[in-house]
Design a protein. Structure first.
Lengths: 410, 519
């Protein structure tokens, strides 16, 4: 029995009634549409939301995202509205990067740290209108964001539950949105933001995603969530549109070389043990650290780290063979243990066994060779291989359509 | 090459001490003070024409002996009108208890209390000495391998170990607990327990049953000296410090209010005064409390957020009010002989009385029956009042900074209530009052520019002491901002007119300047 019938309108969560305490997991505003499609009934959790691991087959969902288009429900992602006279100054103190470079109507990637220069989370800043921002991230951060307001004329409100969001990713995504009636969508540049009127409300579209491919993210009020889903799937019906769960997304993001909280780094505020966190440098994000800013959280510690040297390097590994190297130890060719794999898979698009790995500095220079210890099981029989792996400097998979404007019409 | 000038914000006793040491070491120092006179909360001022009083602290018992000697405060004009003052625990029926060191008189005190008092004084003095020795040390950073930090930690550990097996055990047992339990273990007489409990909680947001109240009792004794009154009031201490500082070449500007600390990039470049004048400096040392320094003068936005949160969370809500009375003659306390009138008089009938007085503070009310520490300084010092007239100065608790109904509506009523209380002990005192002045924590905040009106620039407690004062990573008189230092009571070893924070800060600043030169 489903929690909601298909035609029932999903009301936004009413926090004033405190009804949300009665449930441990919220259905997304798209739940009435997801539920019948989720034939596997593999519901996972993303913060306080139900989020499907897979709808029917994670491999098929993955291939839809690479060869047609796939829809992922982004609603559970943390969303914070940041506005006020000091919004930019506030963000510049919060983030390691220069936020002023993100112009109105643009989206920028960012990372933020504790005073100790350890990564709390990464995310995207949407400069929706001049001086008005939305910060999106995987983890919840309201307390930290509010702590950061002291001394600033800024308003920070959480709008996670007030905004329903879908990611539409894959080569036919642009054509699908055009078919849905978003005129001029093909002219949107990567990291752009556009607004469309949709069924009497406003639909915000950004050309962003977590797949390293052509793709868009759609943002709408929860009341119109069902309608958006329906129109999107109708428009994409001849272009191979599929719903996608987080298993497929995990494959896509590793191929794109994106890091994720809980995998490549432990969010500093959830980490108890000292030394188990990472600095931006140790995640390959030095390009996001701008010391020309006189003050930002972690600046002093990161300056000291720059002088002292980093503890870790995050690398991309191209591994021989076809066995995914999940959770593997990484050794030098002389069998010295130097690190661990943080994310791994057999990449169908790169046609290689690939991995992200955190290695002790100074190991991890491009071209360097390592051994990856892979355990795998066939019908309860365990085997082990020491597979040769090489650090690569480029990306695993980056189709030109990712950046092309207008994208090719499929 | 000339050393880069140093600006010190605030001419309180710590700011002055720091300036004197830095000037003595050859630094070019300017102290800027918002008030028209030096001293901060160690000040003597007129509160009605002809009557002068120590408006903040009114007794001296913790002044750092090193400061006194090294800055030659006696030759700079410091003298005393009264030394080794006794304590009189007032009884409403006139059967008062007189405490003089370890000896007890009056109030039908029992032999067992007499014996217990000797033992109590013995171990409290030993334990206070451990705390006192830490006062002249720059707190160590935790988790570093720095040799001087490790040495400081080792010294304090050794001080505790050197207490010997039994006393060390007792020290470790009681250091974190409350005075109530300890006094109940040792004593019987209600007046004695009330008086000793009051000493533990005076100036704090604690009751006798609150944890840490044993620690505050030790802290208060850590100067290992008797209660004294400087001639001319507490302002005389500050004046002597200012004289010493000037002698060494420091310049002191009064009526110069710092509006903000100036920064360029990630370091301070000086201060801007109200009115727009800018004083440039390579080093700025603030004797203001940490919240005033970092939020009021520097701006939270110039700091990293984790540090801002720590500073924000410092507990510094004052609960102590100050009553000043100009009297037409000497008050007559029931059953108190004239010779004891000039001593330290306490209203704290018993330990439960003190705890009940504190209960109100927990809920945003002032005590209905407050506790008080009363002095009549004009008995020892005729410079304070016209001939035949007198000045009464009383520290009164509990008067919480955050009062539910607000001090603007409650102040007059609270003052009446305190005078009613005095009337019970000294009948007729009400008619002798020529003028009265009550400083609530809100007034103390305004007059002395201390956030929350808290005497100690932050509650004294084990979690806000030593390397945790004011907050970790800023406890070595340093701040996260290059060139900005702290030297006030908000830093180790805290409040009370000691000068140790100023002296330690000067050492810390000099070592940073030296290291900078080497680099």
């Amino acid at each position: 029995m489903s929690l909601f019938s298909k035609n029932e309108t999903i009301k936004p969560i009413d926090f004033s009634s405190k009804a949300h305490y009665r449930t441990k997991a919220f259905p997304s505003p798209f739940y009435s549409r997801q539920e019948p499609l989720n034939v596997l009934k593999e519901w996972g959790r993303w913060a306080d939301y139900l989020s499907p691991h897979a709808y029917h087959c994670s491999s098929m969902e993955y291939f839809a995202a690479r060869n047609a288009c796939a829809v992922f429900d982004l609603t559970p992602m943390s969303k914070y509205r940041i506005s006020g006279n000091d919004a930019l100054a506030y963000l510049n103190r919060l983030m390691t990067r220069q936020v002023g470079k993100i112009k109105p109507g643009r989206v920028g990637y960012c990372v933020w740290c504790t005073d100790a220069g350890q990564v709390i989370d990464d995310g995207t800043i949407f400069h929706i209108r001049a001086g008005e921002y939305r910060l999106c991230s995987q983890e919840r951060h309201l307390d930290w964001l509010l702590t950061n307001t002291m001394g600033f004329d800024v308003s920070v409100t959480e709008e996670t539950h007030q905004v329903a969001a879908l990611a539409l990713q894959g080569p036919t995504s642009c054509a699908t949105l055009r078919e849905m009636g978003l005129a001029g969508i093909e002219n949107m540049k990567p990291f752009g933001i556009a607004h469309f009127s949709f069924a009497g409300t406003q639909l915000m579209v950004s050309r962003t995603g977590f797949t390293g491919d052509l793709g868009y993210e759609l943002w709408i009020d929860p009341q119109h969530a069902g309608l958006l889903w329906d129109r999107l799937f109708a428009a994409g019906s001849s272009r191979g549109i599929q719903p996608m769960g987080d298993e497929a997304l995990a494959m896509l993001r590793v191929e794109a070389g994106f890091i994720q909280a809980g995998h490549e780094f432990m969010p500093a505020h959830q980490t108890v043990r000292t030394g188990h966190t990472r600095s931006p440098f140790e995640l390959g994000l030095s390009w996001l650290v701008d010391f020309s800013k006189p003050n930002f959280n972690g600046r002093k510690a990161l300056l000291a780290e720059q002088q002292r040297g980093h503890r870790y390097n995050l690398v991309k590994l191209d591994i021989d063979g076809n066995k995914p190297a999940n959770n593997s130890y990484v050794f030098t060719s002389r069998k010295k243990l130097v690190g661990t794999v943080t994310s791994a898979l057999w990449s169908p698009s790169a046609k290689a066994s690939i991995a992200l790995a955190s290695l002790q500095a100074p190991y991890g220079k491009p071209g360097e060779e390592f051994l990856v210890e892979i355990y795998y099981q066939k019908e309860l029989k365990w085997s082990r291989v020491m597979a040769t792996a090489h650090v690569i400097s480029g990306v695993f998979y980056a189709p030109p359509r990712k950046r092309l404007t207008p994208p090719a019409d499929y | 090459m000339r050393a880069r000038p140093i600006v010190i914000i605030g001419a309180g006793h710590n700011g002055l001490t720091c300036s004197a040491y830095l000037a003595k070491a050859g630094q070019q120092v300017t102290v800027v003070e918002a008030s028209g006179q030096v001293g901060g909360a160690a000040v003597t001022r007129e509160f009605t024409p002809g009557y002068r009083v120590s408006a903040g602290a009114h007794l001296l018992y913790m002044l750092d002996k090193n400061v006194r000697k090294e800055l030659s405060l006696e030759s700079a004009g410091l003298s005393f009108s009264q030394l080794d003052m006794k304590t009189v625990a007032l009884a409403e029926d006139g059967n008062h208890l007189v405490i003089s060191g370890e000896s007890l008189h009056g109030a039908d005190i029992t032999d067992s209390d007499q014996t217990a008092m000797k033992e109590y004084q013995r171990f409290m003095t030993r334990f206070a000495a451990v705390i006192g020795r830490a006062h002249n040390r720059i707190p160590p950073r935790v988790g570093t391998k720095n040799r001087s930090d490790l040495l400081t930690m080792a010294k304090t550990a050794l001080d505790i170990r050197m207490l010997g097996r039994d006393d060390m055990r007792e020290f470790l047992r009681i250091a974190g607990i409350n005075i109530y339990d300890i006094l109940q273990e040792h004593f019987e007489h209600p007046l004695l327990k009330g008086a000793l409990a009051l000493d533990a909680v005076l100036g704090t947001n604690l009751g006798p049953r609150s944890n840490n109240s044993l620690f505050t009792a030790l802290h208060r004794r850590s100067g290992l000296q008797g209660m004294a009154m400087p001639k001319g009031g507490m302002g005389a201490v500050s004046d002597a410090l200012a004289t010493a500082a000037r002698k060494h070449g420091a310049s002191i500007r009064t009526s110069a209010t710092v509006a903000r600390i100036l920064m360029e990039g990630d370091r301070v470049t000086g201060v801007e005064l109200q009115g727009g004048e800018k004083i440039s400096a390579g080093t700025v040392i603030s004797s203001a409390d940490p919240k005033t320094t970092f939020f009021g003068l520097l701006g939270a936005r110039n700091l990293e957020a984790g540090f801002v949160r720590k500073i924000h969370n410092i507990r510094m809500l004052g609960t102590t009010a100050k009553l000043h009375l100009a009297l037409d003659g000497l008050p007559a306390f029931k059953g108190l002989e004239r010779g004891l009138l000039g001593e330290r008089l306490l209203i704290a009938a018993d330990i439960e009385y003190v705890e009940h007085a504190f209960n109100h503070a927990k809920y945003g009310e002032h005590s209905s029956r407050p506790v008080a520490e009363i002095t009549i300084p004009s008995l020892h010092d005729d410079s304070l009042a016209p001939a035949g007239k007198h000045v009464l100065s009383a520290v009164v608790q509990y008067a919480p900074y955050q009062l539910k109904k607000g001090w603007s509506t409650e102040k007059a009523g609270f003052t009446d209530l305190v005078i009613d209380l005095l009337e019970q002990y000294a009948p007729g005192i009400r008619r002798q009052i020529i003028h009265r002045e009550m400083l609530t924590p809100v007034d103390i905040e305004r007059e002395f520019r201390i956030t929350g009106g808290h005497w100690h620039h932050g509650e004294l407690a084990m979690d806000q002491y030593l390397m945790l004062r004011p907050v970790p990573h800023s406890a070595q008189y340093l701040s996260p901002v290059n060139g900005l230092f702290l030297c006030g009571a908000g830093s180790h070893p805290g409040g009370g007119v000691m000068g140790s924070a100023g002296r330690n800060a000067a050492r810390a600043v000099l070592s940073v300047i030296k290291a900078g030169k080497r680099a």
